[in-house]
Design a protein around this ligand. Structure first.
Ligand code: NDP
Ligand SMILES: O=C(O)C1=N[C@H](C(=O)O)C[C@H](O)C1
Length: 269
């Protein structure tokens, strides 16, 4: 059995991860962590997630001992995730990262850690989104510069980063497929007298509201026709079960940086 630890166990995704871990027969919930000082510290991780005890008390992230688990699954925020990575490097554990919103410097730290431990990182652990990335690559290669490309994403009111990590990954896939550099062609906001749209740009539109779990649409808008490719998540369990699949996969891999394509055997984007 692979011993799993969940960081941010009381969060929206943390509670779903506890459930997904309990449903996966190859995994054992070995530890759970929350922010130091959180009301959740000391509570049973299962009771918070399902109302039934799992026999695992949530501990403070300050007290983490990574020799007590094989794989840590982190869906928190960039800073607590980086602390968790340090602990995993110290204890030789693997890490599955679902957290989004890292800056370029933070990404370098993650790459450095992947020289020492297994790091599986994906902005979206649903199988459907990762398949969607393949469809988008095919569409972008076929349609190329003959269309205007816009990425529209919608999430719940509590989400703190924008555009979503998935939307940014979609942007990278579209840019690579059309021979562009996303840093040069992304348009993240429009307001006022913007002038006409430039053909080579990739636009991003962000919607935040209510309890939307996560929706991504790419518009390939041409003259006389428009192709739209959409993925809609209706339950966070799709992300959680994907992350647990990644954790089981990670357990016997050599150190390195991996993504969901590796886990699903889809090949590189
Ligand atoms: N890759 C994927 O498939 C998906 C990724 N995500 C990403 O996962 C992340 C979390 O999302 P969500 O669950 O909605 O967010 P939540 O805010 O509900 O959960 C984050 C949890 O982390 C806790 N936390 C904060 N600081 C620490 C710390 N130092 N140590 C341990 N835990 C800490 C928070 O506690 P407190 O509230 O007390 O601060 C909270 O319980 C986001 O970046 C989101 O974009 C989400 C869904 C799918
Ligand atoms: O914060 C969320 O909820 C989600 N975040 C991820 C992202 O930023 O892409 C994935 C998912 O869409 C839900």
């Amino acid at each position: 059995m692979t011993r799993i630890a969940i960081n941010g166990a009381a969060g929206r995704m943390g509670r779903e991860l506890v459930i997904a871990c309990q449903r996966n027969e190859s995994l054992e919930l070995a530890a759970a962590f929350e922010a130091p000082g959180s009301d959740a510290v000391g509570q049973d991780a299962g009771r918070l997630a399902t109302g039934e005890d799992a026999g695992v008390a949530i501990a403070s992230a300050d007290d983490r001992d990574a020799s007590a688990f094989d794989v840590l699954v982190d869906f928190t925020r960039p800073e607590p995730c980086l602390s968790a990575i340090d602990d995993c490097v110290a204890g030789g554990a693997a890490i599955v990262i679902g957290t989004t919103g890292f800056d370029a410097q933070q990404m370098k730290s993650i790459d450095k850690a992947a020289g020492q431990i297994v790091v599986v990182m994906a902005p979206n652990f649903s199988a459907g989104v990762n398949l969607t990335l393949k469809l988008l690559e095919t569409a972008a290669k076929a349609l190329g510069d003959s269309v205007d490309i816009e990425v529209v994403e919608a999430h719940h009111r509590h989400k703190v980063d924008a555009p979503s990590g998935t939307a940014l990954r979609i942007g990278e896939v579209l840019a690579d497929a059309t021979g562009r550099n996303l840093d040069d062609c992304a348009v993240y906001a429009r307001h006022g007298h913007t002038g006409e749209r430039e053909r080579g740009t990739i636009g991003f539109q962000t919607i935040r509201g209510g309890d939307i779990v996560g929706e991504h649409t790419v518009l390939f808008a041409g003259d006389g026709e428009r192709l739209e490719i959409t993925h809609k998540a209706s339950s966070r369990q799709t992300f959680a079960s994907g992350a647990m699949r990644a954790a089981a996969w990670a357990a016997d891999k050599p150190a390195g940086r991996y993504d969901m394509n590796d886990v699903l055997g889809l090949g590189k984007d």
